[in-house]
Structure formats: C-alpha cells, structure tokens
Design a protein around this ligand. Structure first.
Ligand code: ASP
Ligand code: MG
Length: 417
C-alpha cells in the first residue's frame, strides 16, 4: 500500500481539489490511502473560533460562519446540483460543531481546542471523498479517530501504537482507495485528540508503519525538499535524495518541509518517503531513504524567526554548574519553551528558545530571583548544515551576530536582523 498526504495548501480551493483528483489519475490510485489536512487556512480560522468561544466574544457566530462560507464556496464550485448529498454531509459536521459550542461544559482549553479544530479535517475529507465519487473515483472515507488511538494529552497527543496497530491491521483491506484525516486521533473515551500543529505528515507515517507500506509521498507546492526555504533564501535548489538522518537533522533545526515526528516510524521500517510537487506530479522530487548520500552535496540553510535569546549569569560571579542548569531546564520544560541552541561559559549561560505556549514574563521573574537575566526578543536562528566559508558569509552578511556555534557539520548563528 502507498500513503499519500495532501496538506492544506493543496486543497485550499476548488481548483486545488480538482488538481488532487488529477494527480491521482496520473500517478494511480490503487492501494492508496490518502491523508488530507484541513483546507487552506481553516485550522487557523478554527483557532479564532476557539479564542472567541473562550472569550465569550460576540464574534463567535461570525467566526463560525466564516469557516462555513469558505467551505460552501468550494462546494458550490465543485458540485453542480445544489441538492447533492455532500451539502447535508458537510452540514452535519457544522451542526455537530454548533452542538459542541452550545453544550460543552469543560473549561479545559486544550480539550476544547481539539474538539473544535478537528472539524477542519473532518470537513475537508468529506468534501474530497464526495468529489472523487462524483467524478467516478470510488473511495472509502474513514474516520481516522477509529484507527489512531492516543493518550489524553490534548493538542500534543501521544500515539498508543499497540492499539493503533491492531485497529489498522483489522480494518484496512488492500486494493481500495481510502481517504482519511491527518492530524487527529481519539483517546480512550473517544474524545478527539490532535497530534500537534502540522501533524498530518505524522499521521501518514503512522499508517505507513502499521501497514508496512511500500512508500509515503507528501505532495507539496514545492518540487521537493530544498536546501533552503525559498521564502527567505534566493536560489534554493532541490535535493534529489537525502538520508533519514539528514532529514531528521533538517527537521530538528526547523526546516518546515517535513514534520519532525514523521521520520522515525518510517526509518524504523525503512519505508521510503517521497516529497513531490502536486503541480508536477511526474517529476521525481526528493527521496528520503536509508544510508543515501545527500545529493547534490550542498550546504542546507534553515532559519527560525521570532526566537528569544536569553543570557543568564550568576549574580555573585559563582559558576553556573550542573545543578543550576538542570533547574533552568526544568523551568523551560514547565513553561513549554523549546530550546534550540545552548552555549555556556563559566559564569554565563545562553539559550535560544522558541516561545510556543506561554509568554516570557512569568518565567523571567522566576529566573531573575537567581540570575542576572538579559535577553533579546525577535532574533533569528540560522542553521547551516554542511557549511562552507562562503555559506557562512552569506548568512552573516549585514546582520549583527549575537551567538555563534560551530560543530563538525553544523554551524548556527543567532542574529539581530
Ligand atoms: N490542519 C493542521 C494544521 O494546520 C494539520 C496539518 O495541516 O498537518 O496544523
Ligand atoms: Mg494545515
């Protein structure tokens, strides 16, 4: 079996969905399980709904209507008859969303988040499945929550591999074309959970692992894995092949092309991962596989914007030692700060962080009781894998370098633009 994953950008409008259909016509759809994300920026739009819900804002209704209107527009462009059953199928999801908004009693933000945000994927896959049938391509729509079981860590759920494996083995029979949702799962009590933002790639990897799939293909609006993000770097080039190891490193340092959790299950079963263009589906794209050399061998550039650089130094010139460091890290963990670079000297300790869930003010006041805290907000972290002098120069040009770190293959600099 082959796993195909189409992200939000590939199904952002009616033409996008038609294009997904034509990709399948070109590359084949037998023995394929299709994982689809929410359409376009729907997940962000649902995050606004969640915010309005918690703030008891008057805008709640309007924000739901906006999501509804967006999908309706797509439906009207895809289906000629306005009494086509797809309309009531999509409507049923919106009704369920309304029901939840009106009846939920849980004050747990993360729980509520998952119950609401998951409608993006349920609706997108419903539309795509009906559309394929409409075009004569028979398929089975699956509710992925009956397959991917997780713990109850809402917004960042941990997969229960044993249960998931059992459910997938039992119910997925080959030969068919299946369509299901990325990103979501369900817990023991059948409440919806999510695997973390952009988690649909990971869903594809979970299915691939459990099915011993032949391959996974992530269809993107870029030709494959590039050596740099074209939004920030000129002259990005396509990598024809890279190893799992290299891909994990790139994802770890922040390359957004593949969700970091995706690679491990694939690597364990040596399932090749292809990253290809949904605009040019016959081009080879990038192959991620075991022990292959980076081809072409070139420097890879990754940038993470909006980072926070904190430097802590001891107030009394005492050394910053293991004990302090472990205390500092426990705090980062508690505040869900993601550390992306560390540097320490005798009396000072610097970290570059990504602030995801919390703001820094509270943490700062705790740290300030023990250390002298200085910090820079909105810095950028550049990572160059396989760096050369020229590559380093290019990154540092016209910027103020605050921290620099070099290891054998990797160079990182934190800069103020
Ligand atoms: N729709 C989800 C998100 O935007 C999951 C995904 O796209 O992979 O985060
Ligand atoms: Mg998305």
């Amino acid at each position: 079996m082959k796993l195909f994953k189409f992200g939000g950008a590939s199904v952002k409008d009616a033409d996008g969905i038609k294009n997904v259909f034509s990709v399948l016509e070109k590359v084949g759809h037998e023995n394929v399980l299709l994982i689809i994300s929410a359409m376009g920026k729907t997940t962000n739009a649902l995050e606004v709904v969640i915010q309005n819900y918690f703030e008891k804002s008057d805008a709640l209704n309007a924000s739901v209507q906006e999501v509804r209107k967006y999908h309706n527009q797509i439906l009207m462009e895809l289906f000629e008859e306005d009494n086509h059953p797809v309309f009531s199928a999509v409507n049923a999801h919106f009704k369920e969303l309304d029901y939840f908004l009106n009846h939920n009693k849980s004050p747990n933000y993360n729980f509520v988040y998952d119950q609401i945000v998951s409608f993006g994927e349920l609706i997108s896959t419903t539309i795509v499945s009906f559309y394929f049938n409409y075009r004569g391509l028979k398929n089975n729509w699956l509710d992925v929550r009956q397959f991917i079981k997780t713990d109850a860590t809402y917004r960042d759920a941990l997969v229960d591999w044993e249960q998931t494996q059992k459910l997938i083995t039992k119910q997925i029979k080959k030969k068919n074309l299946y369509i299901t949702q990325g990103f979501i799962g369900s817990d023991e009590n059948n409440f919806t959970t999510t695997l973390g933002r952009e988690g649909s790639d990971y869903t594809a990897a979970i299915f691939a692992y459990c099915l011993n799939a032949e391959s996974v293909t992530i269809w993107k609006d870029v030709p494959g894995v590039l050596n740099a993000d074209p939004r920030f770097f000129e002259n990005a080039i396509l990598l024809n092949q890279i190893s799992y190891r290299e891909a994990i490193e790139l994802a770890f340092y922040g390359a957004s092309v593949i969700h970091p959790k995706t690679l491990q299950p694939l690597q364990r079963k040596e399932i090749p991962l292809f990253v290809k263009s949904f605009l040019n589906p016959m081009l080879p794209g990038t192959k991620v596989y075991k022990h292959v050399d980076l081809e072409p061998h070139t420097s890879c550039f990754i940038v993470k914007k909006n980072q926070l650089l904190i430097s802590l130094s001891s107030i009394d010139f005492s050394f910053i030692m293991e004990e302090n460091i472990s205390e500092i890290f426990a705090l980062f963990h508690q505040f869900k700060m993601k550390v992306s670079l560390i540097q320490n000297s005798a009396i000072s300790f610097s970290v570059c962080l990504e602030v995801i869930f919390c703001n820094f003010t509270e943490l700062k006041s705790i740290l300030a009781k023990k250390f002298k805290v200085s910090y820079n907000e909105n810095v950028s972290l550049y990572t160059i894998r396989h760096f050369t002098e020229k590559a380093a120069q290019m990154v540092e040009e016209n910027k103020t370098v605050l921290v620099k770190q070099i290891s054998r293959e990797t160079m990182q600099v934190v800069t103020k633009e």
